[in-house]
Structure formats: C-alpha cells, structure tokens
Design a protein around this ligand. Structure first.
Ligand code: MG
Length: 391
C-alpha cells in the first residue's frame, strides 16, 4: 500500500501535534511531506528532525534563513504566500504517490486561502479549521466539486456525524444532533458570567485545545460555528441541525433518522480518532491509545441549551438563517472579540455584544469570490475594533 502524503498546516498547534501522534502510530501508512509553524521554532525543529518533511512554511524570513542553514535539504517558504505555497505543494510528477491530504489546522479564517490553493492542486482536505467553512462554505463546496477533491472533517462532532450517517441517504435523516460539553461555565448564572476571567475561560473541563477554540467553547460560539460547519458539510438546513448539552463529552454527536432511530458515536474525548478517521479517508484502523472502558461506571447526561446565557449560539443560528456573508461577519467579529477578551480589553459578556453590533451593521451579500471574502473580513474586523472603542 502506498503511504498517504501529508501537508500539515499548523503543525505546532494542538491538532497539528496530535496529527503527528497519529502518524507516529502508523509510520508505514503516512509520509509527512510538509509542516508549517508561526514562531514556535524549537518545536518545529524537533518535528523536522523526527518526521523529515521536504517543505516547511514559517512566518518570518529571519526564521526561514535559520532553518535553511540548519536543514540545507529542506525547501523553506516564508512571507505572506508561504501557507498557500505549502498547501499547493506536490511531489515531482516522476514520483507516483497516493493523493496528498492537506491537514488544515490553523486557527481561524487565515486558513481560507490555503484551502483554495490546496484544492486547486488536487489535494484532499482534512479540515480542523471550522472557520474556513463558516466563512466560505458555498464557495469551498463548489470548488471541491470542480476539482474532484474531498473535504473530510476533523472536528469531533462532524466526524461523529459522518460515522453515524454511515452511507445512509441524507433524505432519511430527520436531524443532526451536535453535542456540546457546555464548557467551564455550563451551570453559571448570567450575573456570574459578567466577571469571568481569562484564566477561568481557558480551563476547559474535558478537552485540551488552542486558546481561540477554548474561549469559543466557553461562550458556546464554537458550537454555533459547528452548526454552520455542519450545514455546509452535510447539506442540511439550520432547522435540521440541533445542539444538546452533554457534559461528559463521550457521545460526540448523533443522527436521528426519519423512523426515530438515533445513532450516536461514542468515544473518549481524544481528537486522535477523528484525525485518523479523516486522514485515512474514513476507514477503521486499530489504535494503540486508550479507548472507552465500560468496566468503569459512566453517566451520560443530556440537557437543552440556555441561549439566554449563551447568546453566541443564537447569533450563529441567526447568521446561518440570514445566509450570504452574515456568517463571515459573525466569524470575523468573533475572532476580534476573542482576542480583545484574551488581552483583557473587554469582558466575557462583551464578546456576544460586540459580535451582534457588527452583525447589525451588515447587509449580507453572496460570498462568491475570494476578493469579497477579503474585503468583508477586513470590514468586519475594523468595525469590531471601532465598536470596541465606543463600547
Ligand atoms: Mg468540535
């Protein structure tokens, strides 16, 4: 069997490192072609030594020069186009390899342009960066069809849904049920949410993840973005996508079929399974890490979401209903709001307030080109900064 060649964008982040753990568990099945990092040079250096990639993308030209000196055989990209160059990189035509899979594990909308480059190069996309579909879902699905490439979800909920669907026709689906842990403030009353600190928001009860997604989990914007992501991955309307709180994070999501049967996917809260399931083209491979142990007692609780305490979820549903560029604006405003909260420039409850303000300023248009995306993304970010000043 030919090894699957991988280009990993964001290899020093949480998903990137877990992707490399999956590769390590199956050294005869994967080959790491390329890695990318922004800043974390020591970690990137270790990864280069362990996985021998052929290409690397790094943020600054100073870092690029240092790497090139240390690893003369390596092709090093740096600067503005580095991520797009890496995403589109292919082995020479004389080598017959299996289809390249690009692991998109950058944080936020920065992943969009590289995904377009990767698709144009004929690479499949294993997608962890949900913002890519939130912002450009219609365009991405159109391009994926055009180039005949697959978008394989790494997000655990969407991986679970793909597993639950198991090839069933979408017309037999009544609804998708995304589970949400509810984050660290699941039981907190609204008054108490006003005084949430950055440290408290960065402590997720079940999952260990990057900063942006951890804050998004605490506000439940993460689940809102996942509803939009599910819409684009599975071609179902918002009315058929529901969210339920499930504090244990053991059921990763469910599908209810028209006959009332609900199929769920269960597992430990460990991203390595959804990563592996995406990388291998959705097949079942034995794994060396611990799996669910039913000799221990487990509880599975399910409860409805209180959108009054977590308005970000309602904002995301509203953006999806409105359609066009509204999800793009929701996402850009949220990215700014989260960084302002992390910089302690505003409170936890200001995050949904700021997002809503920017959404109210926006008249949606169709998102049909990369230039529209760039223009509106910039507009929404500036608008968020401006409202913050007067907030
Ligand atoms: Mg998720």
């Amino acid at each position: 069997m030919k090894k699957t060649p991988l280009l990993i964008l964001g290899s020093t982040g949480s998903i990137g490192r877990q992707t490399l753990e999956v590769v390590q568990a199956h050294p005869d099945r994967f080959e790491v072609l390329g890695l990318s990092a922004c800043g974390q040079m020591d970690r990137l250096r270790e990864q280069i030594q362990a996985f021998h990639p052929r290409v690397v993308a790094i943020g600054t030209s100073v870092d690029a020069k240092r790497l090139q000196k240390e690893f003369p055989q390596l092709t090093v990209f740096s600067g503005e186009d580095a991520l797009c160059q890496l995403a589109a990189w292919s082995p020479p035509k004389t080598e017959t390899t299996a289809r390249v899979v690009v692991v998109m594990a950058l944080a936020g909308a920065i992943g969009i342009e590289p995904v377009f480059h990767a698709m144009a190069a004929g690479h499949d996309i294993a997608l962890a960066t949900k913002e890519v579909l939130v912002v450009a879902g219609a365009l991405i699905q159109k391009q994926a069809k055009l180039y005949g490439v697959r978008i394989l979800p790494i997000d655990s909920e969407h991986s679970a849904i793909a597993q639950c669907l198991g090839g069933h026709d979408l017309s037999t689906v009544k609804r998708l049920i995304l589970t949400a842990s509810g984050g660290p403030f699941r039981d907190w009353p609204r008054e108490k949410l006003q005084s949430v600190t950055v440290d408290a928001a960065l402590k997720h009860p079940n999952w260990s993840m990057g900063k942006k997604i951890t804050i998004d989990s605490a506000t439940m914007m993460n689940k809102g973005l996942e509803v939009i992501e599910a819409h684009w991955l599975f071609a179902l309307p918002a009315s058929q996508i529901e969210v339920v709180i499930h504090p244990q994070s053991i059921v990763h999501s469910m599908v209810e079929f028209v006959d009332g049967a609900v199929i769920a996917q269960l597992g430990t809260p460990d991203m390595k399974l959804p990563i592996q399931y995406a990388l291998n083209g959705q097949h079942r491979w034995a794994v060396p890490w611990p799996t669910l142990d039913f000799r221990k007692k487990h509880r599975l609780d399910f409860e409805p979401v209180d959108t009054r305490r977590f308005p970000c979820l309602a904002l995301a549903y509203s953006a999806l209903h409105t359609g066009g560029s509204m999800p793009l604006v929701l996402n850009a405003a949220n990215e700014v709001a989260v960084s302002l909260f992390l910089e302690q420039k505003m409170t936890f409850l200001d995050i949904p307030r700021l997002v809503e303000k920017v959404m109210n300023e926006h008249t949606p248009v169709p998102v049909d080109s990369l230039s529209i995306i760039r223009e509106l993304d910039l507009w929404a970010r500036e608008e968020a900064q401006r409202h913050m000043v007067v907030a």
